[in-house]
Design a protein around this ligand. Structure first.
Ligand SMILES: [Zn+2]
Ligand SMILES: [Zn+2]
Length: 155
């Protein structure tokens, strides 16, 4: 795993590679994600910033308004504007990489569906993937190796 996890923006100015599989993959159905993507949900692969290798370009940060007041920066190609990842809560060591920008977006399926209370009614969730009305507790859901990586980030 890992060698296929390359991605890019639409114009190819930004290229990246994940040097390890993500710790977890969120499919978020919240209204902010719907607005920010113009779609029904966002697919975010949670991975350490140190494991996102930039191969070309320099994504530019755009601040998003948030209800919580905690920062959310979306990083976009400065040329074509495509979002490649987010940083939430000022945690610079963690990236939420947009799965749809991978060369093979089918490489990463959601580990969890969150904020399903605002999901589009026509989105039918698979019965074998955990789903939550709002957020969830990573400690009870993440596999042990991912929790260990998380602990290495946050202590
Ligand atoms: Zn671009
Ligand atoms: Zn969301």
């Amino acid at each position: 795993m890992g060698e296929e996890l390359q991605g890019r923006c639409a114009c190819g100015g930004v290229r990246y590679r994940l040097t390890e599989a993500p710790m977890f993959v969120h499919c978020c159905h919240c209204l902010d994600c719907q607005r920010q993507t113009g779609s029904a949900f966002v697919l975010n692969a949670l991975v350490e910033t140190a494991r996102v290798e930039l191969l070309a370009g320099a994504p530019a940060r755009f601040e998003m308004p948030t209800d919580s007041g905690r920062p959310h920066g979306i990083y976009r190609c400065p040329t074509c504007g495509v979002a490649v990842w987010s940083e939430y809560g000022g945690v610079a060591a963690l990236r939420f990489v947009r799965v749809g920008t991978l060369d093979d977006p089918r490489a990463l399926a959601p580990s969890v569906h969150i904020y399903t209370r605002s999901k589009q009614p026509w989105v039918v969730l698979p019965p074998d993937v955990p789903a939550f009305e709002a957020y969830y507790d990573a400690k009870t859901l993440w596999p042990p190796e991912s929790l260990a990586r998380r602990k290495a980030l946050f202590g």
